[in-house]
Design a protein around this ligand. Structure first.
Ligand SMILES: [Zn+2]
Length: 312
């Protein structure tokens, strides 16, 4: 097999080339079923929602269809709420939380909002419990509009992000609020961050995993009042992450209790993919001794509902 020679970075650790990437991929395996845990549940939603397929991952088009779910009786006069999950496929409660919200709560908001929901943007990552896609790309660093316009090198892109951006392009300027459902896990520190450092030829830097729920807002439009409202709502379901000794969560200073802000667009984050007034990322901590799978799903649902209550 031909391989691209490994690059070297300024601090002289070698970056991964094609060989290392293929070795990484060879170590991954399917650990759960996207069909059984996700697609079958989406099928059941067809009774009450418009379900459409916006493509499939080229990696295996049979196994990895991609879905968008909208409410019936779309009303152009109502604000559009975008809910995304499974941008990081391993973050289970984001996927299951989006589905649970639709199944059990969305009916209450009939006539108040339009919903467009992508419950699992990275189905290969869901099945193999991975942060990256099969090509060692983090989908949540690849939501660059310029990629689908052909203005940016495709190396920075991911099929997961590109297909989703194309699927929502007709409505992305009309989205009023976007909530992207994530988790921060112990495997970030134990597995995914070490792999990222190895891939990019960087020295590892220790990072504390915050014990509890937190939100990531937009540096350019932080919507502090809304964020505080969501934290208050989620706190009824699960505990909120405290700041570390430096007053930070995952290296970023708190803007208020349980909230940090990121430059969503320049980092290529999914939450920066629309021009929505409210752009929010949730972070649930499933590995806490105080959390269960069910608490984590309920925390995601509570995040969505608190946002909607705030907007009502
Ligand atoms: Zn994530």
């Amino acid at each position: 097999m031909n391989t691209i020679p490994a690059n070297t970075s300024s601090n002289s650790l070698p970056k991964w080339g094609a060989l290392e990437r293929s070795q990484w991929l060879a170590q991954q395996s399917v650990k759960r079923s996207y069909q059984f845990e996700v697609v079958n549940k989406i099928e059941q939603l067809k009774q009450n929602f418009e379900v459409s397929q916006y493509g499939a991952l080229e990696y295996d088009v049979q196994k990895y269809p991609l879905y968008l779910i909208k409410n019936r009786h779309w009303d152009d006069q109502l604000p559009v709420i975008l809910i995304t999950g499974g941008v990081h496929g391993y973050e289970t409660s984001g996927v299951q939380g989006a589905i649970r919200f639709l199944k059990t709560q969305a009916y209450q908001y009939k006539g108040q909002f339009n919903f467009i929901v992508a419950p699992c943007i990275s189905p290969w990552g869901y099945e193999t419990i991975n942060r990256w896609n099969p090509y060692c790309v983090d989908p949540n660093r690849s939501f660059y509009q310029a990629l689908i316009n052909g203005e940016l090198s495709t190396q920075q892109g991911s099929e997961e992000a590109n297909k989703f951006m194309q699927a929502i392009s007709a409505i992305s300027n009309n989205v009023y609020a976007h909530i992207d459902l994530h988790e921060t896990t112990d495997s970030d520190n134990n597995e995914f961050i070490p792999a990222l450092n190895a891939r990019d030829g960087k020295q590892p830097e220790p990072r504390e995993t915050p014990d509890g729920f937190y939100l990531v807002g937009d540096t350019d439009n932080s919507q502090d009042e809304c964020m505080a409202f969501i934290i208050e709502g989620v706190e009824k379901v699960t505990h909120i992450a405290p700041a570390d000794n430096q007053g930070c969560i995952i290296g970023s200073p708190l803007s208020q209790r349980g909230v940090i802000n990121y430059a969503l667009e320049s980092l290529g984050l999914c939450a920066g993919v629309t021009k929505a007034k409210y752009r929010i990322t949730t972070e649930v901590y499933p590995d806490s001794p105080k959390a269960t799978d069910e608490i984590c799903i309920n925390a995601q649902v509570a995040s969505v509902m608190s946002l909607l209550e705030y907007l009502k």
